[in-house]
Design a protein. Structure first.
Length: 350
C-alpha cells in the first residue's frame, strides 16, 4: 500500500466453495469437500496480497472463485464495487476485462495450436471492436511491455522456454487493461534462475500500470519479497492476516510459526542455530474438518477450547487479524493484573 488511505478494490465476505461428494448408483450427495470455508478479507488498490499455505489448503480454489471461474457456494465478492459472485452471465461478461488471471503452468494454459499473436489478441477479439491494425499494434505493445521480441509473434508456444511462455500469459492478462490480477503460483513451474525475472516483471508492471495482485504461492521467501500484506491459509480458512514485516517478524498463529520456521537461512551460522517446528500428524480431510479449530489436531499449543470452539478471524491489533484462542480480540480478553493497574493507577503504590 502506497499510503494509509488506500481504497478497497476487492471485498470478500463469507466466501465458501464446496464441492459435492456423491456415492451409490444414483450418485446421491453424501457430503462436501470444503475447499474454501468462510473467507472474509479486503485487497486495497495498488497492493499485493500474498496468499500462502501448504498444498491442498484451498489457495488456488480461492483465487478462481474470486474471478468467478468457479461459482461460489456462498458469500459475496465485490471487485471495484461490482458484485462478481452473484452477477448474471451478460453482466459478468462486462466485468471480465477488469479482472484477469496468470496461471501456474504456462504450458498448460496456452493453446498449442495458436500463435503468440493469436493468444495475446484473443481477449481483444472477444471484448473490443478494434480494427485489425489496431489490434496488431496493441499486441506488439503488450509484447514490448513483457519483454518479448516482436519477431516471435507468429511462433507457437512450444518454441518458447517456460519463462517466455509465462510472459505470454502475462501479456494476455494485460490485454484488456485489468485492475485486478490473480497470480496463481506464477513461478512454481519455472526454473529458479527465471523466477526472479518474472517476479521483477510483475512488480514493474504493477508500478507502471497501478495493478492490484492476489499473489498465491507456497514460496515464502518470494512472498516476503513481493507482498505488502500476507494471508495464511490452513484447510480452507485464513488463520492469520497481517502486514508482511509484522507477520514475518512476529507470527501469532502456531501454524504461521511452523511455516516460517521452515524458511532456510543463507547464513550457515544462523541455519545451524535455527529451530524448526515439526508438526506431527497429517492434515485433516477438507471433507471432514475437525469440530473446533481446523489446526487443533496438529497444533503444539492446543488447548481444550480449541477442540470444541472454532475461532473467528478477529483483529487483535492494528491491521493484524488472527483466528486463534491464544490471541482473543481485545474486547474478549480477560483483564490481567497489568490491565487493572492501568485502569486503577492508585493500586501501583500499594
Amino acid at each position: 500500500m502506497a499510503d494509509g488511505v488506500a481504497k478497497v478494490l476487492v471485498e470478500v465476505r463469507g466466501l465458501k466453495m464446496y464441492f459435492p461428494i456423491t456415492a451409490g448408483l444414483l450418485r446421491r450427495k453424501v457430503g462436501d469437500v470444503k475447499a474454501v470455508d468462510d473467507l472474509s478479507f479486503d485487497i486495497y488498490e495498488g497492493e499485493t496480497l500474498g496468499l500462502v499455505g501448504e498444498s491442498g489448503c484451498g489457495k488456488s480454489t480461492c483465487g478462481r472463485a474470486l474471478l468467478r471461474l468457479y461459482d461460489p457456494t456462498a458469500g459475496s465478492v465485490h471487485i471495484g464495487g461490482d458484485d462478481v459472485a452473484n452477477a448474471s452471465g451478460d453482466a459478468l461478461r462486462t466485468m471480465r476485462p477488469m479482472m484477469q488471471m496468470v496461471f501456474q503452468d504456462p504450458q498448460a494454459s496456452l493453446n498449442p495450436r495458436m500463435t503468440v499473436a493469436d493468444i495475446i489478441g484473443e481477449p481483444l477479439q472477444e471484448h473490443t471492436r478494434l480494427t485489425r491494425q489496431e489490434k496488431l499494434a496493441r499486441i506488439y505493445e503488450l509484447m514490448d511491455a513483457v519483454g518479448l521480441n516482436r519477431a516471435f509473434a507468429n511462433r507457437y508456444p512450444h518454441a518458447f522456454s517456460g519463462g517466455q511462455r509465462q510472459r505470454i500469459g502475462i501479456a494476455r492478462a494485460l490485454a484488456l487493461n485489468p485492475r485486478f490480477i490473480v497470480c496463481d503460483e506464477p513461478i512454481a513451474a519455472l526454473d529458479v534462475s527465471i523466477q526472479a525475472q518474472v517476479v521483477n516483471l510483475l512488480e514493474e508492471l504493477q508500478d507502471r500500470l497501478g495493478l492490484t495482485y492476489l499473489f498465491i504461492s507456497h514460496d515464502l521467501s518470494m512472498v516476503r519479497h513481493i507482498a505488502d500484506r500476507v494471508a495464511v491459509m490452513y484447510l480452507g480458512r485464513i488463520v492469520e492476516l497481517a502486514g508482511r514485516d509484522a507477520l514475518f517478524d512476529e507470527p501469532l498463529h502456531p501454524y504461521t510459526e511452523a511455516l516460517l520456521s521452515a524458511i532456510p537461512e543463507a547464513d550457515p551460522g544462523l541455519e545451524a542455530a535455527r529451530e524448526r517446528i515439526i508438526l506431527k500428524g497429517d492434515v485433516p480431510s477438507p471433507a471432514n474438518p475437525p469440530r473446533g479449530c481446523n489446526f487443533c489436531t496438529r497444533c503444539p499449543k492446543v488447548m481444550d477450547i480449541c477442540r470444541t470452539v472454532k475461532p473467528a478471524l478477529a483483529e487483535v491489533g492494528p491491521g493484524r487479524l488472527v483466528a486463534c484462542h491464544l490471541h482473543p480480540p481485545p474486547s474478549d480478553r480477560r483483564p490481567t493484573a497489568a490491565d487493572e493497574a492501568e485502569e486503577h493507577p492508585t493500586r501501583r503504590s500499594k
